[in-house]
Design a protein around this ligand. Structure first.
Ligand SMILES: *[C@@H]1O[C@H](CO)[C@@H](O)[C@H](O)[C@H]1NC(C)=O
Ligand SMILES: *[C@@H]1O[C@H](CO)[C@@H](O)[C@H](O)[C@H]1NC(C)=O
Ligand SMILES: *[C@@H]1O[C@H](CO)[C@@H](O)[C@H](O)[C@H]1NC(C)=O
Ligand SMILES: *[C@@H]1O[C@H](CO)[C@@H](O)[C@H](O)[C@H]1NC(C)=O
Ligand SMILES: *[C@@H]1O[C@H](CO)[C@@H](O)[C@H](O)[C@H]1NC(C)=O
Length: 788
């Protein structure tokens, strides 16, 4: 052939060219048919509608939703980004056959399959895509564990599995990926603790695990010298602040269980721009240096228990555009550098104890008390092992939406009660015994705190504090039935035994509305003030939150446990074995009246309409009367209404005004009913009976001493002085007046009872010394008694 002779080299070139075309086509057709098969397996999604038998995949314009990149006859990048919306895969879709198809593109370095509705467990055969450098399969429905095989993808630089339904633990093997720079597993249901091996990923720049159910300590990441972004938002991690390198740009620890202080080195994170520690339980002083970090633009520490004093002259980075200090225990003054009229600067600081003119701040004493309470919180260090239980409890709670009563669940945990624990007497301790080390000693060296301590010590109660759910679960053996004390209209009551052997009563309130904890802080603050010798006092609270939106599912209120039974039991029940004398009865009545007085005037706003019943008056081992059931601010709709002075003389609606003005007298009436039973010594249960007995007493006031004594409990009618008895009967009858305005004030009641006690004392002393007859009081009352 001539041509062959003349143009051998040209032919050779042509031949090679055609060979190469032929070779290329061959390769392309196998990979192209793989792509078409992928299209079919994905059920022909809209974004792939342009793909057909004639598409030249390597030479189509990339679009935001579909990109194919080829290199030397092979597909090296494949991006398919589906439309958000209902998944459109065939019913018989098999993730396994999908990946079997996919691994026929063995040169893939970059694979993005996003929002395609892919569902099923991620097959381990993904490891066959051994060239993969970037894998992004976010926003699908992958479930099950993340396969260990993924750690054999040694070229992987970016692994993004966000927004799927992966469960189980973060695989240990991820820590051995030699060049991994971005690891993002956000919005899954991963649980357990983070593997320590993550601390080996020296090339890592981004670590994002937000919105999972991870718990436990964050592993030591201080050797990740390249780490810039750490996002752990919304897990159960803690309690210690993570150990990190110093090049961090973004740290997000929001909504976890961190409860330590901030380590000093955070003030040396010179590149830090964004620091979000909000809604944890961080404690300790807020490092003032945070505001002036050289790069900081966003600082959020809201919803923690940071303490410390801010000064007007503190300095801030001028780039700082967002600062949220709200819901902490900060005192002092808002720094001048944060007070700015610039529109692009957001500064929030409500619910601290700062000296500002607005009404968003707590009184200074609140932060002081709370700071003290936080400082002595003992359980965090000693019990890391319980963290996973909390997760379990929380996830159970999270899983139940409506329907099943949680208490029912609690009853499922039937366990034998630890009888020994419960029969022990409750040694209420001084908080000084519980002091942990650390910064509290500094707090205590402050004389103000010491005096506060002494004050609380005088009440014999530990300081009010927040409790951890696990602490309450432990105290009640997971709310075992044997610890169940009763159920009221507002929830169940359990008896618990804390770590220090003190007994407590735990009231469990199920919340109907979904609010975050912040909505309840105001109530909780009021409850924290309900501490008085004659109240079953509050010791602390605990919020339990739903997983999905962190709204409060239950609030546990912890009260002191009062062992000696009810007042009725010691008067008319006969069961208690202990029958109160007349003197003890007056003393008890005075105690109840003092408790009511405290509820009305000892806190602001006062607590009225407490629906007091004799069965709700408990006696402690020293027979000190304590009101156990009062109108908890959390439950009351009418907290603020009872404040007197609302009605000016010019008020129009007199009936409403009158009702509000005398709201305190409802409790006075209830007190009258209690007093009635104390006098006659038998249960008085119906309103009708109250009226009848009251009328009888009314009549006998004007009669003689003998007639009056005939009305009185026979067990004591010989041991009361005439004047004392008459005084008590008179005040009782006045308390039971139909018209609230005619009832005495609680102060008036108290004065009369105190008078009756003094008279009785004098008479009893005289009768014991042999004179034997009732006499007029030797100590005149402090105040003129008004008897109508
Ligand atoms: C594409 O090719 C396959 C066989 O290779 C054939 O069955 C199918 O009908 C073709 N589709 C179109 C749109 O030509
Ligand atoms: C799924 O069902 C379709 C018919 O509806 C069938 O053509 C296809 O082969 C099936 N795919 C698998 C993986 O079974
Ligand atoms: C994963 O891919 C989607 C679609 O391209 C993108 O929006 C998303 O930002 C990617 N994820 C990450 C963490 O880069
Ligand atoms: C954390 O790791 C760094 C470097 O590996 C080491 O120096 C440091 O002691 C570790 N910290 C703890 C608490 O283990
Ligand atoms: C800031 O003011 C406080 C007292 O208000 C003072 O003790 C402190 O030395 C001042 N600091 C600076 C840097 O001026």
């Amino acid at each position: 052939m001539m041509a062959k002779a003349i143009y051998p080299s040209l032919l050779l070139v042509l031949f090679i060219f055609s060979l190469s075309i032929c070779y290329t086509e061959q390769l392309q057709s196998s990979q192209a048919s793989t792509l078409l098969r992928i299209q079919r397996l994905l059920n022909f999604p809209d974004v792939l509608s342009s793909w057909n038998n004639y598409t030249d995949f390597c030479n189509t314009e990339p679009s935001p939703s579909v990109t194919v990149v080829c290199y030397e006859e092979s597909i090296t990048q494949l991006h398919i980004i589906g439309n958000k919306g209902p998944p459109s895969l065939a019913r018989n879709f098999s993730i396994d056959s999908f990946f079997t198809t996919l691994v026929r593109l063995p040169s893939l370095k970059v694979l993005s399959l996003v929002s395609l509705g892919l569902w099923g467990p991620l097959p381990g055969k993904i490891a066959r895509l051994s060239s993969l450098e970037i894998l992004n399969i976010s926003s699908n429905f992958f479930y099950g564990i993340i396969p260990e095989e993924i750690s054999s993808l040694v070229n992987l630089q970016t692994l993004i599995l966000d927004d799927n339904m992966f469960t189980g633990r973060v695989p240990d093997g991820l820590g051995s990926l030699p060049v991994l720079a971005v690891l993002s597993l956000k919005k899954n249901s991963l649980s357990g603790s983070l593997p320590k091996s993550l601390g080996n990923l020296e090339t890592l720049r981004v670590l994002a695990f937000s919105r999972n159910r991870l718990s436990g300590e964050v592993p030591n990441l201080s050797s990740l010298t390249n780490l810039q972004v750490l996002d752990l938002e919304d897990n159960y991690l803690g309690p210690l602040f993570p150990r990190l390198g110093s090049k961090l740009i973004t740290i997000i620890l929001r909504k976890n269980k961190f409860s330590s202080g901030i380590p000093a080195e955070v003030s040396s994170y010179y590149q830090l721009q964004r620091l979000d520690l909000s809604f944890n339980r961080f404690v300790g002083p807020l490092p003032p240096g945070l505001l002036s970090l050289p790069s900081i633009t966003y600082l959020n520490v809201a919803g923690n228990r940071f303490t410390g004093k801010l000064f007007l002259n503190m300095s801030c980075n001028t780039q700082l555009g967002f600062v949220d200090l709200s819901w902490n225990l900060l005192t002092g003054s808002l720094p001048n550098c944060l007070i700015s009229d610039s529109k692009n600067k957001v500064v929030m600081y409500a619910r601290n104890c700062l000296a500002t003119v607005d009404h968003t701040q707590h009184p200074f004493s609140y932060c002081r008390n709370e700071a003290l309470a936080v400082g002595i919180l003992p359980h965090q260090q000693s019990k890391p092992r319980r963290a996973s239980k909390v997760v379990l409890a929380l996830s159970i709670v999270g899983g139940i939406v409506g329907g099943i009563a949680l208490v029912g669940l609690a009853f499922l945990f039937i366990r034998r009660v630890n009888a020994k624990k419960i029969t022990k007497a409750p040694p209420t301790r001084l908080i000084t015994e519980n002091l942990s080390t650390g910064y509290t000693s500094k707090l205590l060296s402050n004389a103000r705190y010491i005096s506060q301590t002494m004050k609380m010590g005088g009440l014999g109660l530990p300081a009010y504090r927040t409790f951890a759910l696990e602490e309450l679960e432990e105290a009640t053996s997971n709310f075992d039935t044997s610890t169940f004390m009763g159920e009221g209209s507002h929830g169940q009551m359990y008896r618990g035994c804390l770590n220090d052997d003190s007994l407590v009563a735990i009231r469990c309130l199920k919340m109907k509305k979904s609010h975050g904890t912040n909505n309840y802080m105001h109530h909780v603050e009021l409850i924290s003030k309900l501490r008085h010798r004659h109240l079953v006092s509050s010791l602390g609270h605990c919020f339990e939150c739903y997983l999905d939106d962190s709204s409060v599912s239950r609030i546990f209120l912890v009260f002191e446990y009062v062992p000696n039974g009810t007042l009725r039991g010691c008067i008319s029940d006969g069961r208690a074995g202990q029958m109160l004398t007349w003197t003890q009865r007056i003393t008890t009545a005075i105690g109840v009246a003092k408790g009511i007085q405290f509820l009305h005037t000892g806190i602001v706003p006062g607590v009225f309409s407490n629906n007091l019943k004799i069965t709700d008056i408990l006696l402690d081992q020293n027979l000190v009367a304590k009101i156990s059931s009062y109108n908890l601010p959390l439950l009351a709709e009418n907290v603020a209404k009872g404040v007197t002075g609302v009605c000016s003389s010019g008020s129009k609606d007199h009936s409403v005004c009158r009702r509000i003005k005398y709201e305190d007298r409802t409790d006075v009436y209830d007190f009258g009913v209690i007093l009635l039973e104390i006098i006659v010594g038998r249960p008085i249960t119906s309103p009708n009976e109250v009226d009848v007995v009251k009328d009888q007493l009314q009549v006998c006031i004007a009669a003689d001493d003998v007639a009056r004594r005939s009305m009185v409990d026979p067990a004591i009618n010989k041991m009361c002085s005439e004047v004392s008895l008459k005084t008590v009967i008179e005040i009782c009858v006045r308390c039971l007046c139909k018209e609230p305005a005619d009832r005495p004030s609680i102060d008036d009641v108290l004065w009369n009872l105190q008078f009756a006690a003094q008279v009785q004392d004098a008479w009893w002393g005289d009768s014991q010394s042999g004179e034997g007859s009732p006499v007029s009081p030797s100590h005149p009352p402090h105040r003129q008694i008004t008897i109508q």
